[in-house]
Design a protein around this ligand. Structure first.
Ligand SMILES: Nc1ncnc2c1ncn2[C@@H]1O[C@H](COP(=O)(O)OP(=O)(O)OP(=O)(O)O)[C@@H](O)[C@H]1O
Ligand SMILES: [Zn+2]
Length: 813
């Protein structure tokens, strides 16, 4: 008889753990709470069996669900992710389930007898007993003991904020046995419900208070949330709470528990106010046919900017909903503004769940339950929405499939686009990857016939793509005799738009004011304390900032190295460009869009709305301005430093720059007036600039494809980046050395290994970093070498978190 189950726990270990259970057998896919190394963890049951493990199995503490939270298909998808991305299965399942709100890990401390004695002693004799020790440390210990004196358990969080004690203090106090640590992890109800009063039959005499409740119930169609009845009045006085209980006792009303947020409403199909172009119709027909076939179908929808891809997605999704099935639309981080959400509600009514990063844990959990119960059949969301537990999945769409926000840059390092394809395959669904600038991988797959290629080659309403002019900034320098940020042509064209009441955008893909601070006397640039990165000067905040770890430093008056006063600011960011534009166009209303001006979701919305309403004439910003915005008044786009990123030591630099240039150019001329683009460049004959200027995706793809093939880079090989990191440089060196030796001695046929080498960013967030790049034409060989590598590291006692395996890495930095 089955008495054991294997549980996947959210710990950085590539295995599941066996526990014993008593009583009813838990189903595979439910959550359980188990003891794990002095703490309680919540994990997923992945198997139930009767074979006892070699060491005695501990008992499961609690089963959290009556039904699986991960069905067989999602469990399988998780196994695929763990295998493909070499990620611990428990961490994969944790990522797939946004239910953190329902199991909170926490711990606290309680004073021991020995602690009470120490507290007493210190009050008696003062500090002389422990005078040798650092007095600050001692004061903190005393403060902690004092706070715990009444013997209650106090959460670490509150203890720390009350006493300012660090983890180190707790650690030493634990080792002296002055305090005990206790696990306070708590389970909250998995399904949120609300109490609803439902009208049954009215019999007998009814008084005024009772009548007030019954009237409210009738007005609401016989059902009303109990908490909504609090404000009811009869004869000018509030209705007492006991009245409802009386009605329940008399069997006139009953109280039922219903899932929170549950509302039934019918779909009101929205009429599209235009006719589809023939290309849109063809694409839609292909998608609908795929959905109807019930077989796995995959397509790339390659449509130029402004070709009406979104309309195709929405139409296909309405079709799916009409058939009573489900669809998921993935959008990049920045695509989900409140305005987009409002549109989606208009099209899909109550049936759409919108999952964005602004949701609280509770809201996210609630949406998740609604989706799983089948109350929401359309899901729109960022990366992790690919795991939405919809029933009867028919269609998965990945909008702007080239966008890097689909890659999770922490464990598990999955790419939501690729997971979407795999999930669709498992579900027999249709998957559509859409973009004006498809990634090299996706276009390669389409070329090979792995995905069908659907194209929308022109803009809607036969609007032309904008004319692009490349401005050679070397000539500009020769002709004007000085270095300028804005070319004469750009200034002239912006002025023209301002005079005509049209709008312009200027892209400079770097935020801040000055991107490095240099001492003229000793030549040192000021670096981040935690990273090998130059700090950026932010003028409005009067701070130096690290764009990698967020470290802030005051602006120094003298050089920290040589104390000279010759500190100077160099380079140009969007904040400085904005200041410059104010000088050049004093009458223009200028807005800025970057991560410094967009801190909350409302900020983005406000800027875009102002642009929509013509309240901004000129918008300057980073790549955020290039993303999907459909603003009809914009007729000019300027690009400052078009090729700045081409010099990065990264094989995707060309692809990324091409995408950025094409996307930003695509913001111009989306209304009735044709658009124009000015690209300022110091390398005007670079193929990336050239193909972007000609709107020639095909040309770019072919050229880039040849280079990738010669250099053995994706999509021609599979690539993984293995990063070895530690906050101690010696560990990082020793471990990467060990792994390097191991590669020399073990056979790794078909897999090329480069490294160890210092990572391009040698130190990041306090860690020293070395890396290996592995390439192979065979995915299987690559992954088996990676698995062997993980086993070797664990045998050598290298911490699992010190070896980061990034399969299909997007960034090698
Ligand atoms: N057939 C059509 N006729 C007229 N207008 C259309 C048609 N299809 C879509 N539109 C409108 O054209 C505009 C651009 O469409 P949409 O935003 O879907 O383009 P897109 O291909 O997603 O662009 P991008 O890739 O640049 O984000 C929208 O305002 C949309 O409502
Ligand atoms: Zn830093």
């Amino acid at each position: 008889m089955a008495r054991f189950c294997d549980v996947a726990l959210p710990v950085p270990l590539d295995q599941s753990f066996t526990y014993r259970f008593e009583g009813a057998e838990p189903a595979v896919g439910v959550r359980v709470v188990v003891p794990f190394r002095q703490q309680k963890l919540s994990g997923i049951v992945v198997a139930v069996h009767d074979s006892p493990p070699s060491v005695e199995a501990k008992l499961i503490l609690r089963v959290l669900d009556t039904e699986p939270v991960l069905n067989e298909q999602l469990l399988e998808l998780g196994r695929w992710i763990a295998g493909y991305y070499i990620a611990p299965i428990g961490e994969v399942y944790r990522t797939m389930l946004p239910l953190n709100a329902e199991f909170r890990r926490a711990h606290g401390y309680r004073i021991t007898e020995r602690g009470q004695e120490a507290l007493y002693a210190s009050a008696e004799i003062g500090s002389s007993l422990r005078a040798k020790k650092d007095t600050e440390h001692q004061m903190l210990e005393y403060a902690v003991l004092n706070h715990l004196a009444d013997g209650e358990v106090v959460r670490e969080q509150s203890l720390r904020s009350a006493t300012q004690a660090s983890r180190e203090i707790f650690r030493t106090m634990l080792s002296k046995k002055w305090i005990d640590r206790e696990d306070l992890s708590a389970v909250r109800d998995a399904t949120r419900t609300v109490s609803v009063a439902a009208l049954k039959e009215i019999t007998g005499k009814i008084n005024a208070n009772q009548e007030a409740i019954l009237l409210a119930l009738k007005a609401a169609g016989g059902r009303l949330r109990v908490d909504a009845m609090r404000d009811l009045e009869a004869n000018g006085k509030p209705v007492p709470r006991s009245t409802l209980s009386t009605l329940v006792k008399r069997d006139i009303v009953e109280i039922v528990e219903e899932p929170a947020g549950f509302r039934i409403s019918s779909l009101k199909p929205r009429k599209l106010e235009f006719l589809f172009t023939p290309a849109q119709q063809d694409a839609l027909r292909f998608i609908n046919t795929g959905v109807d076939s019930g077989k796995f179908t995959s397509a790339l929808l390659h449509g130029v900017t402004g070709s009406g891809k979104t309309a195709v997605y929405l139409s296909a999704m309405q079709e799916v909903l009409g058939a009573g099935r489900s669809a998921i639309l993935l959008v990049p981080e920045i695509g989900l503004t409140p305005a987009v959400a409002a549109d989606l509600h208009e099209v899909f009514g109550e049936q759409v769940a919108i999952l964005h990063s602004g949701l609280s844990d509770d809201e996210r959990a609630e949406q998740w339950h609604q989706i799983r119960r089948g109350e929401k059949r359309i899901v729109v969301g960022t990366r992790s929405a690919v795991f939405a537990p919809v029933s009867d999945l028919a269609l998965l769409i990945v909008d702007e499939e080239h966008d890097h926000s689909y890659k999770q840059e922490e464990v598990p390092r999955y790419h939501a686009r690729d997971v979407a394809v795999v999930r669709a395959k498992m579900a027999g669904a249709t998957v559509v990857l859409g973009s004006a600038t498809p990634s090299m991988e996706t276009y390669f797959n389409a070329e090979k016939g792995k995905y069908a290629l659907l194209s929308l080659p022109g803009r809607v309403q036969a609007r032309p793509l904008p004319e692009v002019e490349v401005i050679d900034m070397r000539l500009e320098f020769q002709e004007t005799g000085h270095e300028s940020v804005l070319s004469r042509k750009l200034v002239e064209e912006v002025n023209e738009r301002l005079e005509r009441g049209e709008q312009a955008m200027i892209l400079l893909n770097r935020r801040g004011f000055a991107n490095f601070v240099l001492c003229r006397a000793c030549g040192k640039t000021i670096q981040c304390r935690n990273c090998a990165i130059a700090l950026t000067f932010h003028k409005r905040d009067r701070k130096l900032m690290c764009h990698y770890c967020g470290y802030l430093a005051p602006v120094p008056r003298t050089c920290p190295e040589c104390h000279s006063e010759h500190i100077q600011f160099f380079g140009m960011g969007s904040e400085k460009l904005e200041e410059l534009l104010h000088g050049a166009f004093p009458k223009a209303r200028i807005g800025r869009l970057d991560r410094d001006t967009v801190r909350g979701r409302d900020d983005l919305e406000n800027i875009l709305t102002a642009l929509h309403h013509g309240e901004i004439d000129l918008l300057v910003g980073t790549q955020m301005i290039a993303k999907g915005h459909d603003i009809h008044g914009v007729t000019l786009v300027g690009v400052v430093g078009a090729d700045a990123a081409l010099g990065m030591p990264d094989f995707r630099a060309a692809e990324r720059t091409f995408q950025l240039l094409t996307q930003v150019a695509g913001r111009a001329g989306r209304g009735n007036t044709p658009g124009k683009v000015l690209m300022q460049s110091y390398h005007p004959d670079h193929y990336v600039v050239d193909y972007a200027a000609k709107h020639d995706f095909q040309g770019f793809y072919e050229k880039e494809s040849r280079l990738r093939s010669w250099m053995h880079y994706p999509p021609y090989t599979s690539l993984a980046n293995v990063l070895v990191r530690s906050d101690r440089v010696n560990n990082a060196l020793t471990w990467s050395g060990l792994i390097g030796k191991w590669f020399e001695t073990v056979p790794h046929e078909g897999v090329r290994v480069m490294g160890p080498a210092a990572a391009p960013i040698e130190r990041l967030k306090n860690d020293y970093r070395y890396h290996f790049i592995l390439k192979s034409r065979s995915r299987e060989q690559l992954n088996s070498v990676l698995r062997a590598l993980i086993a070797f590291s664990s045998a050598k006692k290298i911490p699992r978190t010190a070896v980061i395996v990034d399969v299909d890495a997007l960034s090698l930095m």
